[in-house]
Design a protein around this ligand. Structure first.
Ligand SMILES: *[C@@H]1O[C@H](CO)[C@@H](O)[C@H](O)[C@H]1NC(C)=O
Ligand SMILES: *[C@@H]1O[C@H](CO)[C@@H](O)[C@H](O)[C@H]1NC(C)=O
Length: 240
């Protein structure tokens, strides 16, 4: 409840630090045809190139979007009134889901040196893993955000390596991730019923996304709010 209250109170402050997308920030259900007043306001607002405050950003944070933040973080989705609000964004199925638990693996031979593997942690522009060679994030042509299988550099044809831009302005409690790959306007969670239960899979918010339900209007735009992670790194041997 405290978190929710914070988000509601802080929304205008957070908005003033958002990097600027001329199309405005789409945090509404794509199918919602109503204009959101908040969005209209942010379009009229002057567009600073960075947040100017008297406190400089800590060396581990950046108010200007960066694709390789040095600070480790976890992510929750925010879209109030939606079924995904404040659920964690977790790795699984070589992609990301909103809600549910992290899917990871550590070979028995690694034994006591296995990292916890129970949280999905990002650092330096990708997921935090111990496996040699790491796991590279990418955005598929259809918008799905994925990462390579351990021991493989193979990506789907046309995929662009990378994924999230991170920013966290001075004195903000939460940082943010977003993506502009393929001109995306941020992130969205798309329902997928192919697992027996409904899951929400993370996509770049692009109009022509190829989503599990076949209809991009089913997807829910969300803000990726980050929290600094201070646990052991790497956070997992590999995500599966
Ligand atoms: C992961 O495991 C650690 C250590 O057992 C625990 O402190 C932490 O709360 C767990 N995190 C989650 C998200 O379950
Ligand atoms: C992204 O936008 C730029 C400028 O409008 C355009 O030239 C480019 O083709 C777009 N890229 C994609 C993948 O749509």
């Amino acid at each position: 409840m405290r978190l929710l209250t914070y988000i509601l109170l802080a929304a205008p402050i957070l908005a003033s630090c958002v990097p600027h997308d001329p199309r405005g920030h789409d945090n509404s259900r794509r199918s919602d045809k109503h204009d959101d007043k908040q969005d209209d306001k942010s379009k009229d607002r002057p567009r600073p190139t960075s947040c100017t405050t008297t406190t400089p950003p800590a060396s581990t944070t950046s108010c200007v979007p960066t694709t390789s933040p040095t600070k480790a973080f976890t992510v929750i989705a925010a879209h109030s009134g939606s079924p995904i609000h404040l659920l964690p964004m977790v790795a699984g199925g070589l992609g990301f889901q909103v809600g549910g638990g992290t899917s990871s693996y550590c070979p028995t031979v690694v034994g006591a040196s296995c990292p916890p593997g129970n949280e999905t942690v990002f650092v330096g522009g990708s997921i935090s893993v111990m496996v040699p060679g790491g796991q590279q994030q990418y955005v598929e042509v259809g918008g799905r955000i994925g990462y390579t299988q351990a021991h493989s550099a193979s990506m789907p044809v046309g995929a662009i390596p990378g994924g999230f831009s991170y920013y966290k302005c001075p004195d903000e409690q939460f940082g943010h991730i977003t993506t502009s790959i393929f001109n995306a306007t941020g992130l969205m969670a798309c329902p997928d019923n192919s697992f027996g239960t409904q899951r929400y899979v993370v996509y770049a918010n692009i109009p022509n996304a190829v989503v599990p339900s076949g209809n991009v209007q089913d997807c829910i735009g969300f803000d990726g709010l980050t929290s600094d992670y201070n646990g052991p790194l790497p956070a997992a041997w590999q995500y599966t």
